[in-house]
Design a protein around this ligand. Sequence first.
Ligand SMILES: Nc1nc2c(ncn2[C@@H]2O[C@H](COP(=O)(O)OP(=O)(O)OP(=O)(O)O)[C@@H](O)[C@H]2O)c(=O)[nH]1
Ligand SMILES: [Mg+2]
Length: 192
Amino acid sequence: MFNRSHYVKSITDLIDRPEPLPELLFLGRSNVGKSSFINALTNRKNLARTSQNPGKTLALNYYLIDDAFYLVDAPGYGYAKRSKTQRDAFIIMIEKYLLKATDLKAVCLLIDFKVGPTEMDLLTYRFLKELSHLVIVIATKKDRIPKTRQKKQENLISAQLDETDAFFPVSNVTNEGIDDLRGMLAEIMGMR
Ligand SMILES: Nc1nc2c(ncn2[C@@H]2O[C@H](COP(=O)(O)OP(=O)(O)OP(=O)(O)O)[C@@H](O)[C@H]2O)c(=O)[nH]1
Ligand SMILES: [Mg+2]
């Protein structure tokens, strides 16, 4: 699982979607580590582009995994330097995508472990759940909190999510937590 990965295409209009296969979407605010997480999962340094120009491209990037399913890397929300027109266009595209996402198996919602869920993160979380999508909350940058404070931080984050939802702290730098998620996500994508 996650043995072969390649970039398929970037789309700004849903009409340009690649041939249908199961999809796993990555959402989260700009700079939270979506692209880095995709690189960690696929064991590739530069499969997904990590921010040189954060928030610049408002496209959905499709990566094909093991010829079986797509990882879909979305631009981050909450990027201050975007124009209102750009922000609106992005929100409209994501909403359209989510409302007609017949091949979407789950959404990985990435939050920052150190910051915890922001207001926008929680709004997105609620919105996804209202649409009955399976949401997997992943907290990135765990390495930025000293080990002695990690448990307390985990509890603070859990308290803001629904009781039934597990969330998964990871580090895309040390790869902590990545192997476990690879297994879990493969299962969700019907690969095990
Ligand atoms: N310390 C630490 N830094 C990380 C981690 N994950 C990502 N980063 C850093 O955070 C920055 C943003 O990472 P990206 O993967 O580009 O974030 P993104 O969510 O794809 O950003 P956008 O595409 O702009 O929405 C980069 O400098 C990464 O190296 C992590 O787990 N730990
Ligand atoms: Mg990115």
